[in-house]
Design a binder for this molecule. Sequence first.
Ligand code: ADP
Ligand code: MG
Length: 720
Amino acid sequence: MSAKAEQKAQPGRGLDTDVQFLKGVGPKLALMLNKLGVRTVGDMLFTMPRRYEDRREIPPISFLRPGQYASVRGELVDVFTKSLRGGRVLLKASIQDETGRIALVWFNQPWVAKQLEKVKGEVIAFGMVKEGDRMMEMHAPEWEALGEDDDPDDFARLVPVYGLSEGVQQWVVRKAARSAVEYYASYVEDPLPEALRRTEKLPSLSKSLAQIHVPDDTDKRDKARERLVFEEFLYLQLMLQMRRMANVQEVGISFPISKVGGGDGVVGASLFWEQAKRPIADDLKEMFPFELTGAQKRVIKEIFADMERAAPMNRLVQGDVGSGKTAVAAAAMLACVRCGYQAALMAPTEILAEQHYFTIHQMFDKLGIETRLLVGKQTSAQKRKAVEAARSGQAQICIGTHALIQEGVEFARLGLAIIDEQHRFGLLQREALRSKAIANADVLVMTATPIPRSIALTLYGELDSSVIDGLPPGRKPIKTHWKRPNERKSVYDAVRGLIREGRQAYFVCPFISESDKMQTQAAEDLHYRLTKEVFPEFKVGLLHGQLKSSEKEETMNAFRRGEIDVLVSTVVIEVGVDVPNASVMVVEDANRFGLSQLHQLRGRVGRGEHQAFCVLVADATNDDAAQRLQVMVQTSDGFRIAEEDLKIRGEGELSGSKQQGSKLNFKYADLVADYHVLIRAREAAIRVLSSDPNLAEKENRAMLERVRTQWPEDLPILVS
Ligand code: ADP
Ligand code: MG
């Protein structure tokens, strides 16, 4: 910024100055800016361009080739409109330079014609070049007329292009942004301490904003953007790290795991001490029908170490589908119970809660530990009993759904809360279960959807994390095939072959609409077709969301017992269901599913000793769908799938934003592209906090302010 500009800036008028007072804006244009949510100078400065047009390069029209994005500049020579069939209106405007002509084309945009009428002279347009009838075309390009009062400099530069809404013109936003930069940017205070900026080699906020709106070149602009991204990540990481540090300072339960069965008989004030007659390791050996994998043992060790520490455990266990998270949860519950506390496991669906109850109570019965189930569909007498057992402490382990966090459910000594399939729950539910426990009890959350590291570091950044990286031995990789709908018959034949060998099959039909009813209909249709036409010789069961819980349970149990050969289902089986003899899964209209969902579904097979198959039946309706199906065929590595998913869909959708709150709503950052900046911001946050845990020092206060405004409820006070 020039010295002259700095002089012109008016101290005393800050970023909250109304945009109408910006030079060159005024009340009329301000109304347009208001439509974009830009009310103050600060709003303008912090509105990012959507992209940039490189107007340093405006190729001669005759150089343009189809498929290329380009800027063109020329005289407007011809405008005509034509009515097409179906009431559509075609508008074509030709522009010409010394080398040739190109047609700018719009459909059904009469107001563009009106705007073009006013043009005298040159037009500049940007868009994708396409082959046309007689000349190249650009469809619905961004364009503007080169007016008399336009700064010709504007056209030999990198020009920002802002997101617009109806009735707002690009040049208005550009003008306001330039003016805001010229008169105000140098007055923007930088919340980042200079030392930090220097270490990170980042430009000041003033300089960055100037480069964002009026870039000198792409390098400076990129650096400016990087700074904003870094800052955005930094606040989030500061918040997460502060929470994490606060947690370490809390005093919770110190489970004396290694003392159990040690013979000295001193184990806290255990109510259940009589049962703790031998070391936990011995119990662990007895309770599982299999040898734990190395990965399971390692994660259990990490959990036990947390549990022994006084600080409350706050750990995330990630493990791909089928990696055996249930066993890890069971080990933690065993340790908890042996130390005299109760443990609770909350699952997102009744089917899953029951399945957990089924496997877990078998394990614990052997050890004389009492397990109870609490789910919504139980009779009120059953519920009352379960609730009573939880309250009295008689139920040492409680397994259930949301029913566990209902009012009226209390625990005598809940020391460990486990949340399975965490991604299905919100933070509130995690907190709700925790609030039923002893103050500062241990919390373990498990998620089967492998999440990309970048998401893990943001969404779950305050948790410690363990990864079960490896599947139980003897699992053969699932063979995945992508078949077109016209190959169905061969798919059915293959399934028939497997069932004759004694296996079972899942058929999943797609999520076709939000409505339960429509989904049910689709499942019923498929069930009918398979029963009557395809597999009349087999028993075909049906599972969908509109069935009563008892019906679902009956069907699921029959499938588990092998009395049903083929189970037709909507996505209700997506999560956690475990039937090792089911070795083939056919997903109908697989293009309608997201990648993680397909991966979850596929994880229902390949849980036993038999070779498993997953058949995705689909037409590739678009590129994304084809890409997803290809990824499924290529890999069964959940982490790779999660990364791919993030790339294809973007973080908003992946995080299930509705339940995760606003933590992933980044204004500048892109979790995939800016991963390396995220890592730096995280390290910087840890560094800053290690010398100033409460951000109390003068140079850090501005950062604290930002973090506080952004997450007023989440910020702890640390004892230093
Ligand atoms: P997920 O991690 O998807 O929740 P589960 O806990 O349901 O996986 O385990 C998947 C299957 O693997 C279950 O049938 C379980 O009994 C089995 N399993 C778990 N751990 C082992 C192991 N160490 N060895 C053999 N089978 C195991
Ligand atoms: Mg599971």
